[in-house]
Design a protein around this ligand. Structure first.
Ligand SMILES: Nc1ncnc2c1ncn2[C@@H]1O[C@H](COP(=O)(O)OP(=O)(O)OP(=O)(O)O)[C@@H](O)[C@H]1O
Length: 266
């Protein structure tokens, strides 16, 4: 009955729009601009993003910080157009509302907090559309140091990757991102226990391989964000502070300063 209900539910989901205008070679310059962006989940839902205005420049490394429920993930939801928003989001000066959804999403790479893999071979997980050669895929595997854990591309992923650690699954997503070479990378940092070595490996791999990309990271641990170019500090759906970490730390009455104080960083 559960299977039946689930299948039935899919038949009732409203189709996402398929229209939109393709733009050649978009995005060449991966800068992002939010202009008066508001988001509510559902018609009667409360506003979870309240009139956000900010820019993330091309190749900038930005981190979104804030307490749980502050609206960090909702910014990403808005970026992927998972829900309709009020206001506008521009990527490379193109309003994302005018793009076909598929084109928009295929140009944004996300490394989720707790990635789910597909049961099957490592190869099919890294290259689900069969676009790359084995040599290219193995190269990506080596770049993220996964060759220490898997012997070859026929390595079988069981149970949607449940036998791999969160860090290993994030590295698989990073290897996939290396192959796809998209210009905007979104990292949702893992909240579950990840050892420091693995966390450092993920950050150094991103720093090394995605220099030419714009990076947005949802950070749950603020010690990681001090070397970012820009911080977006969220509180109850509002962007309360935005700027370089060093600048924000100068304001001893500020929200970020208080967060840093709590984490014994100042
Ligand atoms: N799918 C949804 N439907 C309804 N409300 C939602 C949904 N997703 C998030 N919310 C609500 O939106 C608000 C912002 O949530 P969001 O997940 O963006 O916060 P967050 O800062 O990412 O939190 P966390 O650090 O816990 O992941 C919260 O009040 C949350 O309950």
């Amino acid at each position: 009955m559960t299977c039946f209900e689930r299948a039935l539910e899919y038949t009732q989901i409203e189709q996402e729009p398929k229209n939109g205008k393709l733009v050649d070679n978009w995005p060449t310059d991966p800068k992002i601009k939010f202009e008066n962006v508001c988001l509510s989940y559902g018609l009667k839902g409360k506003q979870v993003l309240k009139n956000l205005n900010f820019r993330i420049e091309s190749k900038e490394k930005a981190a979104i910080v804030g307490r749980t429920g502050a609206g960090k993930s909702s910014i990403i939801v808005a970026l992927f157009r998972m829900y309709d928003i009020e206001g506008n989001i521009f990527i490379n000066s193109i309003n994302t509302k005018t793009l076909p959804l598929e084109k928009l999403r295929e140009n944004l790479t996300i490394i989720p907090q707790d990635p789910i893999l597909f049961t099957g071979s490592m190869r099919s997980n890294l290259d689900p559309y069969g676009k790359y050669t084995d040599v290219e895929i193995w190269h990506a595997v080596k770049e993220v140091n996964l060759d220490r854990h898997i012997s070859d591309l026929h390595y079988i992923v069981n149970d949607c990757g449940a036998h791999l650690s969160v860090g290993q699954r994030q590295l698989i997503c990073i290897a996939r991102a290396l192959l796809d070479r998209h210009k905007i990378i979104i990292l949702d940092e893992a909240t579950s226990n990840m050892d420091e070595e693995m966390e450092a490996l993920i950050h150094s791999t991103i720093d090394k391989h995605f220099k030419e990309c714009t990076i947005i990271s949802i950070s749950h641990r603020i010690r990681q964000v001090l070397n970012y170019d820009k911080l977006l500090v969220m509180e109850e759906g509002e962007l309360v502070e935005c700027g370089k970490p060093k600048e924000l730390l100068k304001n001893t009455q500020g929200v970020f300063y208080k967060m840093a104080q709590k984490a014994n960083l100042v």
